[in-house]
Design a binder for this molecule. Structure first.
Ligand code: GLU
Length: 473
């Protein structure tokens, strides 16, 4: 045994990569990585009306941002239609499928009759054993699989356990429509088989499809891949995830300033656990990931938790890596390009100097950007309302007294500025905060910022003194 593990992510390209899809991709990616295998990407683009190239691009870009790149080129399901038809022909030739000439009206009638008799609306097998010579002229048939009439189809699911489907409920489904288009449940099986998929991990809304697909595997005499149907993601109120809850495309999370590693950590916990571990690096996830920790209960999406986890990953991140993430994000933000245009080597070194202190307070890259904004403001600074309130006449006069002392410093450092400001506060019999708050307002135009001495050092002496002069003159 022990063939290579091959998983796949198989989105339908009808929109962006939403959060549920990203979680499915993550699980497949992790499972492959955890087992030294690979994850493939199959674009299920057979619905020609709803599939778009823009959606394919968005899905690939979303996976790329999440750091979940598949192995090799994406495979288009639609491009394999001839292969699907070939398999349908094979099933027909082997007597495992048959042509059905029922008209839409007949099918509707069949359904209504079943409903009236309080039976599930199943195909009644009209053409199953009928002689093809009785086929009506000029009607293109649909192809149906000959499903077993008795017994049950059993799925040994890695998450759901043993799930049984009475075969009478899985009627002779259509595998190719009368227009010659193979159906979804046929195409998925043929593709998964041809792609050598060993493990299927997907949302539990596909559980019934799993049973139908199993019938196709059996008819073809192929091994069924191992399956794991994971619970869908719900909103915090337990209702199906909607936009209001965060059912957005992953690029929306990127634009809200979340880190890919924060997202991965948050999403992996939706439906999987490793003991009580909450904060995990991607390496740890790869080490620990497997079916064992997956659970059946619906997962609930919780923005607060995402934000907190992201904040932890921000603090743990390397400064240079955070800088790169911020630079990568800026072009996507409305006012980001303007900031980007102002970043030269000098600005970059100021950002890097401020980074350790700013990242401490930042839960997202947007917080980080806001925390760095004081580096980009031009004099005279526009004052935020709270900052303006701190700069009373009295405070301005006090800063006016402090200014020459700072200006007189020969060496400009955390220690030297700290010593001057502290001594000044003591001499004036003021608490440090009483000096630091107006100082912060004058230097940053804001009432919150990194530590005041960090601000002084990052701005440098010349700019600090000039900003103070603007407010005290
Ligand atoms: N294309 C299906 C979907 O987007 C996934 C099918 C599968 O994973 O088998 O829901």
């Amino acid at each position: 045994m022990c063939s290579e593990v091959v998983t796949r992510f198989a989105p339908s390209p009808t929109g962006y990569l939403h959060i549920g899809g990203a979680r499915t991709a993550l699980f497949n990616w992790l499972f492959a990585k955890a087992n030294g295998g690979k994850m493939l990407l199959r674009i299920e683009d057979t619905d020609r009306e709803r599939s778009t190239d823009a959606a394919i691009d968005a899905i690939i870009a979303g996976m790329d941002w999440m750091g979940l790149s598949p192995e090799g080129e994406p495979i288009s399901q639609y491009s394999r239609v001839e292969r699907h038809r070939e398999i349908v022909e094979q099933l027909l030739a082997e007597g495992k499928a048959y042509r059905c000439y029922c008209s839409p009206d007949e099918l509707t009638e069949m359904r209504e009759k079943a409903r009236a008799e309080k039976r599930p609306p199943r195909y009644d097998g009209t053409w199953r054993d009928r002689d093809p010579s009785e086929a009506p002229e000029g009607i293109k048939p649909a192809i149906r699989i000959k499903a077993p009439l008795e017994g049950e189809t059993v799925i040994e699911d890695k998450v759901q356990g043993t799930v049984r489907f009475p075969n009478k409920d899985l009627d002779d489904m259509i595998i190719m429509r009368s227009d010659g288009n193979p159906t979804y449940n046929l195409a998925v099986v043929v593709d998964d088989h041809d792609m050598g998929i060993t493990h299927i991990i997907r949302g539990d809304d596909h559980l019934t499809n799993a049973a139908r697909q199993t019938l196709v595997y059996q008819a073809l005499g192929w091994d069924t891949p191992i399956m794991a149907h994971i619970p869908l993601i719900h909103g915090p109120d337990g209702a199906k995830l909607s936009k209001r809850h965060g059912a957005l495309g992953v690029e929306a999370y990127r634009d809200m300033g979340y880190l890919p590693e924060g997202m991965r950590n948050y999403l992996v916990r939706l439906g999987w656990a490793h003991g009580d571990d909450e904060v995990m690096t991607t390496e740890q996830m790869i080490e620990w990931f497997g079916f064992d920790g997956m659970n059946k209960a619906a997962a609930r999406f919780d923005f607060k938790k995402l934000e907190n986890l992201n904040g932890i990953h921000m603090r743990n991140a390397d400064d240079a890596a955070l800088y790169d993430q911020l630079i990568g994000l800026l072009p996507h933000l409305e006012d980001g390009q303007a900031m980007l245009d102002l970043i030269d080597e000098a600005k970059k070194s100021q950002i890097m100097m401020a980074m350790p202190s700013v990242k401490e307070r930042a839960k997202t890259l947007l917080d980080l950007k806001a925390g760095l904004a004081f580096l980009f403001d031009t004099r005279p600074l526009a004052m935020e309302e709270k900052a303006a309130k701190l700069l009373t006449d009295e405070a301005k006069a006090m800063l006016g007294d402090l200014l020459p002392q700072l200006d007189g410093l020969e060496e400009w450092s955390l220690e030297s500025t700290d010593a001057v400001v502290r001594a000044f506060a003591e001499a004036k019999e003021l608490k440090l905060g009483k000096v630091a708050q107006p100082l912060r307002a004058a230097l940053t135009g804001r009432s919150t910022s990194p530590g005041i001495f960090d601000v002084l050092v990052v701005l440098g002496k010349e700019e600090s003194v000039a900003r103070l002069k603007d407010q005290t003159a």
